[in-house]
Design a protein around this ligand. Structure first.
Ligand code: PMP
Length: 328
């Protein structure tokens, strides 16, 4: 779907994936005026013998996309258009939605600016697109190892951390490389002011399970992404009777707590993998492990089972999160 200041949103079409033309002087190339989303379409069976395709809370992605657009001085795509674009695309791509637990068709909505000037200002033209690509199950490994980045931060107050924009990820790639060089799977970012409070991972939010049974996760302070999985787990966990707290998490307390047994599990959460158990945290001069470092803990597994079971229709959905898609 194209956008121009004088025409608004226009020219919606579905085509085979192919290169498209964007002016080399477009602000997207020079100033990173770009935002995106990520969600999954999957088969779900609400009742024995029934079959359908569903999206999980796509309205939340549509709202976050609008918020990201505002932050990047881009036009807001109306929620209905965002959702309609997904639905129309799924009608065309329905044979590519893989069957099987954990398998899905990954959808990547994004918007870039188009224009022909080098001044630092927002463009007058934009293109909204959705890519679709089959995705396999993410649960390949027992638990991931996490490198705590002391050299890099992901976002600062007043910056773009809360927006889902490409620039945030461009800045985090080198930290992810560092994590890999250190032999870890993922990177964990701390706050920029104190380098002390846990923010989030490269592409996931993070939660901790305490000995007394409560679960803690850093609060939404304007620098971390408003993860939809994070929000879903906070509500689902409370429904399950778990005390879910949004509170600052001090990295020193994570290391000390993992050693003393005060913190018994940790996991990352996001659309791609739902819940990824964390087996260990490492930083210069120290490592802490949960159990043998490769075995998911019981609370992590219970939350994962509840969330993925609700998504796939194995459990009821009291929140109305699962959105069936009409494909005919
Ligand atoms: N934080 C970051 C930096 C992410 O890229 C993602 C993935 N979108 C998340 C958190 C998790 O968000 P969600 O649960 O909406 O996928």
């Amino acid at each position: 779907i194209s956008y121009s200041d004088d025409q608004g949103w226009h020219d919606a079409k579905i085509t085979a994936r192919r290169p498209f033309q964007v002016d080399p002087a477009s602000p997207v190339f020079h100033y990173g005026q770009e935002i995106f989303e990520g969600l999954k379409a999957y088969h779900h069976a609400p009742r024995e013998g029934e079959k359908g395709v569903a999206l999980f809370r796509p309205d939340a992605n549509a709202r976050r996309f609008k918020a990201s657009a505002r932050r990047l001085a881009m036009p807001e795509l109306p929620e209905e258009l965002f959702l309609q674009a997904l639905e129309e695309l799924l009608k065309v791509e329905k044979d590519w939605i893989p069957e099987g637990e954990g398998h899905s068709l990954y959808l990547r909505p994004f918007m870039i600016s188009d224009g022909a000037f080098l001044g630092v200002k927002p463009a007058n033209n934009y293109v909204f697109c959705v890519l679709a690509s089959p995705a396999g199950s993410y649960f390949s490994k027992g638990a991931v190892s996490v490198w705590v980045s002391e050299n890099y931060t992901r976002a600062a107050p007043g910056g773009t951390g809360e927006a889902k924009c490409g620039g945030n990820y461009a800045g985090s790639l080198v930290a992810q490389q560092e994590a890999k060089r250190q032999g870890c799977d993922q990177v964990l970012f701390l706050d920029s002011a104190n380098r002390r409070y846990v923010e989030e991972m490269g592409g996931m939010n993070v939660m901790f399970v305490h000995r007394d049974g409560h679960v803690s996760t850093p609060p939404l302070n304007g620098t971390i992404l408003r993860g939809i999985t994070r929000d879903s787990l906070l509500r689902l966990g409370r429904e399950m009777g778990i005390e879910m707290r949004e509170e600052p998490v001090d990295i020193e307390e994570v290391f000390a707590g993992a050693r003393s047994g005060e913190i018994v599990e940790a996991f990352a959460c996001g659309t791609a993998a739902a819940l990824s158990p964390i087996g260990s945290f490492r930083r210069p001069g120290g490592e802490v492990k949960f159990g043998d470092g490769n075995t998911p803990g019981p609370v992590t597994l219970k939350l994962r089972e509840k969330l993925t079971g609700l998504q796939r229709g194995r459990y009821p959905d009291p929140f109305g999160w699962v959105q069936p898609v009409a494909l005919d």
